[in-house]
Design a protein around this ligand. Structure first.
Ligand SMILES: Cc1cc2nc3c(=O)[nH]c(=O)nc-3n(C[C@H](O)[C@H](O)[C@H](O)COP(=O)(O)OP(=O)(O)OC[C@H]3O[C@@H](n4cnc5c(N)ncnc54)[C@H](O)[C@@H]3O)c2cc1C
Length: 380
């Protein structure tokens, strides 16, 4: 077999020791002591307050361009920041600011107009606005290209009528990444448009949905003749599929760094908890989980530093993370036993973890992508 060039990635990041110390010191002085409220306006206030505090300290938008309020730092800096972030037990990255910071902002940076970047990026970094995502519909989840929410171009506006579902944080967000069909008679990936939707526009109704963990993170959204300015289109009208794929790419890949590192910390917490009630079966299981979490971290770093990363690495990471998250929380329930009922955050997170193999593309869909696009197996 021919030798292939190997990537030379320094995973210890020794050269960033000063930056690491700076991050550690700032986090030690600023991480809030109380846990984030589970949902609703209280979770919104908590999340925005935290982003505003990060921004004031120079710790938001580390990888974003300086021209839009970021710091233009390297992926290595991001990795170090998240390592310190989770070590300091800072608020979960999977909070109501997740969409804005991790995929709406990056989509605008990559494909938005100058005016869209100017209007939206700083408010996100300064903790002034939340975003949500309106892609899925009752009949169009895995098969997103079948969506039917209609946008009729009338003068300088798009008039939107239809319904979205599972739109995370729609009840507390100012803006939505909205994917609609704007070319009459078009089918599948053609004729779609990605548009910035102001959630306060007349004709929008938001109905929160409660999940089995008891929280209302997502909602149904109904649009009745909602007039959105054409200047809010990201990319071109009819080119929405390409923009949506960019958004999903950010959601499945770079956005995952923080959540994956949080999972590693949970494994260490479990090990500490199990030390109080040692048993070899538990020890083997925890050793496996720790090794899997390390493997996932290596996969994430490889994706972050590989140039060019394949566009489908995100599916590998998303699938590995989702299934590992369920195993970690399942182990927590077994270790805690009846105690789990008293340790409510573990029980809550265990129930929430069921959604990991659905949100952002189900496990089956990720497997299809890996099979067809990475392994080159025949298409369905
Ligand atoms: C916590 C959470 C947050 C979410 N947040 C958002 C959000 O903010 N915005 C948004 O737009 N959506 C969001 N979603 C929706 C999510 O993207 C969809 O639930 C997901 O894409 C699956 O679509 P569906 O629910 O319609 O299931 P379906 O597509 O109906 O799938 C049902 C089952 O069939 C399987 N299946 C479907 N097609 C195939 C196939 N071709 N091959 C093999 N199996 C298949 C699926 O894997 C699944 O098991 C969220 C979902 C969750 C759980």
């Amino acid at each position: 077999m021919r030798d292939r060039p190997r990537s030379r990635v320094r995973l210890n990041f020794d050269h960033l020791a000063g930056f690491r110390q700076e991050a550690r010191d700032w986090l030690a002085a600023n991480v809030p002591e109380r846990r984030a409220p589970p949902d609703g306006p209280a979770s919104r206030a908590f999340a925005l307050d935290w982003v505003a505090r990060c921004h004031a300290g120079g710790w938001s938008g580390l990888g974003w361009p300086e021209a839009y309020g970021g710091r233009d730092l390297s992926p290595a800096h991001l990795a170090v920041w998240y390592e310190e972030y989770v070590r300091a037990r800072a608020p979960s990255v999977l909070d109501p600011t997740f969409v804005a910071l991790n995929h709406a902002g990056p989509t605008l940076i990559a494909l938005g107009t100058e005016a869209q970047k100017r209007d939206h990026l700083r408010p996100i970094l300064e903790g002034r606005v939340l975003w949500c995502q309106g892609f899925s519909e009752p009949g169009s989840g895995s098969d997103l290209a079948s969506l039917t929410t209609r946008g009729e171009i009338v003068g300088d506006d798009i008039v939107v009528t239809g319904q979205k579902i599972w739109s995370s944080f729609a009840d507390i967000a100012e803006f939505q990444e909205l994917l609609i069909r704007t070319e009459p008679g078009s089918t599948r990936h053609k004729g779609l448009t990605w548009v910035i939707c102001d959630m306060s526009l007349p004709g929008i109704t938001v109905r929160p949905i409660r999940n089995m963990a008891g929280a209302s993170h997502f909602a149904e959204v109904f649009y009745d003749q909602v007039r959105i300015p054409l200047s809010n289109v990201v990319g071109q009208p009819g080119d929405g599929w390409r923009v949506a794929m960019a958004t999903l790419g950010f959601e499945r890949k770079t956005a995952a760094i923080g959540t994956q590192m949080e999972l590693s910390v949970k494994v260490e917490d479990l090990i500490a908890m199990a030390a109080a009630a040692p048993g070899s079966a538990t020890a083997d299981r925890l050793a496996d989980l720790r090794a899997e979490a390390a493997g996932l971290r290596a996969m994430t770093y490889r994706t972050l530093f590989r140039d060019p990363a394949t566009p489908f690495d995100g599916s590998l990471m998303r699938l590995t993370f989702a299934e590992l998250a369920q195993r970690v929380h399942g182990a927590a329930m077994d270790i805690l036993g009846p105690e789990a009922l008293a340790q409510s955050h573990w029980t809550h997170d265990y129930l929430e973890a069921y959604s990991e193999t659905i949100a952002g593309g189900t496990a089956e869909i990720q497997r299809n992508i890996i099979a067809e696009r990475i392994l080159g197996l025949p298409r369905e």
